[in-house]
Each structure stands twice: as structure tokens, then as C-alpha cells.
Design a protein around this ligand. Sequence first.
Ligand code: SAH
Ligand code: SF4
Length: 340
Amino acid sequence: MNDALELNFADWEKIFLDMNEPKFRAKQVCEWIYAKKIFEYESMTNLSKALREKLPGEIFISMPILIKQQNSRDGTRKYLWQLNDGKRIESVLINHGDHKTACISSQVGCALGCVFCATGTLGLSRNLTKSEILGQFLTMEKLNSGDINNIVFMGMGEPLLNERNVFDAIKILNDKRMRNLGARHITISTSGIVPGIEDLADFEIPLRLSVSLHATNDNLRAKLMPNVSKLYSLQKLVDALRHYKSRTGERITIEYALIDRVNDDAQYAYELAALLDGLEPYVNLIPFNAIPSRTDLKRSSESRIKNFCAALRELRIEFELRKEKGSDIMAACGQLAASK
Ligand code: SAH
Ligand code: SF4
């Protein structure tokens, strides 16, 4: 049997044609699921009664099961989901007043083992399916009774190591006849998977790219991000970013978590500027969020953050010091580990 959230628009049309139904049924059903967040056929009142009864036997609509929701003082929400095989993942909803961002997981765990990241301590269990990726987002919209404006692949996992499902899910989100979420409202964050970045340079949807850098030389990167740095050196990463920039014309965001006395020396701001010379990146400085497995890693002091910012300013690198959101419920960057 088919899973509804695995289907693109053409798949839906074909299914209805095969059922001797008109093609416009595809538009109707997609409107119910993706626009109205109605996930039971019996409520899809513009379908005939016979079709409403027949569809559940052909295509099931399955959503992740909400196990736990935590609400932060700052409006951030964290959701713990259970998947069909019992595995658990988390997503986060960030409220910025008038607009909302969903931070979505792409894998159960992550193989890359970055030492500062809670997800990294889990290892990789498996990739999420297209349906599980979309299901997090649609269920969050339903629970919040309204559209979520942005989606960022910054939850658990490395999206570019689950490229096919992530790209296919994005095509469905972006399709005007389905969720109709604009390309500028979709962000992929990667720890630096070079072939994935090259594919993104040719991807049909001009989404936004964020790169988790955190280290400006290979020595330090090998300590902080051991697995990805073994796969692709900083030089290879930067070459891929240059290619991406020249091909798409898009500005790249660089994520840099400031860890006390590890990567927050002003000298690293200079290294960063040299490394990314000509790329004109936008740098997001993230105050490091504590994780239980590495109590030795601490957030940089105010004065060290100030010095780092001053160096970036002097170097004319555009940056923003991000305010952490949801750290009281372990929902901030790097804190997702799908605990009970
Ligand atoms: N695997 C992808 C997507 C996850 S995004 C990636 O790494 O980009 C999660 C973001 O939070 C990444 O930028 C990651 O580097 C950052 N992060 C991980 N642990 C963190 C921590 N303890 N404090 C602050 N940011 C962290
Ligand atoms: Fe994986 Fe990203 Fe965490 Fe590194 S930071 S372990 S790549 S989720």
C-alpha cells in the first residue's frame, strides 16, 4: 500500500487515473492534506462517499505520533515524535512574533559525531523517509492551527547524507499544488558534505544554504568535527562553496558556535576571513549550548564573544549574534537527542 506523504503531485494524478477518477482529485486531496491539514479521508467532503471509503484501503495517511511536547518560556516548542518502527526524533518550533520556523530532523541520530552536538553522540540509526520529514512539518502546522512560514533542516541528522529523501520532500513542500512553501523559506544546514553541496548548486529549487563551520583550520576541525573533516577538508569544502556561489549567485550563511577557549579566539575570526575571502558569507554566531556528554565544553564569556565580534567587524564580515531559543527545554541548536 502507498504512503500518502511519499507521493508527489504526478503520482497522485496517476493513482486517480488508474482508479478511473478525474485527475483533479489530485488537487482536491493535496489541498486537504497540505493546505487544510486534514489527514482523514472521511473529512474530505468534496470527494464522493464511495471514494472516501475506498481510499484508505489504497493509500494510508500516516503522521508521526506526538509523544511529548515541551513549551519554552520564550515561545519555542519542542516535539518528541515516535515513528512507525518505534524510533524517536525531535522537531522544534521557533516563534519570532509574527512568523514561525520549523526546525526539522532528517535522520534518526547522526553518523558524523561532532563532539559539541547531542545528536552526534547517538550515532546514526537510519535515514528518515520523505513521509517522516513531511509528517513532522504538517503535524506541527496542524497542532499550531496555522501555517508555519519557514522550514530549516537543522534538527537531528545531516540532511545531505539523506539527500534523496530531503530533496524530494522539499519538492513537495515547494510545489504550488501541494504545500506551496517558497524556496526562500527553506534552508538546508550541512556540516560540509561536499557532493551534496555540489548537487544543491544544480538543484531546481533555489533554497538557502547554511554551513556549520565552527573551525577555521583542519586541525581544529578534526577535533571538533572528526568525521566530516576526514571526509572533506576545509579546502574542498570552500571550493564547493565557491562553486555553489558562482553557480547560484546565492549568499551562503556560515554557522559558528562559540565555545569557550576552543574556537573563540579573535585569531580565528582572521582565519575565517582569509578562508572565506571573496565568498561574502553571512555569519551566524551561535552561543554554544551546553550538552550533557561534554560538560568540559562551555559557552564563551561575554567578553570573548565581544572580542570575536569586534574582529569580524574590523574584517567587514557581516554577522549576527544569534539569541538562543528554547535552551530551558533543551531545544536549542545541538541539544536534540530524542530523550523520553
Ligand atoms: N547536520 C547539520 C544539520 C544540523 S543543524 C549540520 O550540522 O549543519 C544543527 C546546528 O546546530 C548546526 O549548525 C550545528 O553545528 C549546531 N550545533 C550543534 N551542537 C551545538 C551546540 N552544542 N551549541 C550550538 N550549536 C550547536
Ligand atoms: Fe550531525 Fe550536525 Fe550534530 Fe554534527 S552538528 S553531529 S553533522 S547533526
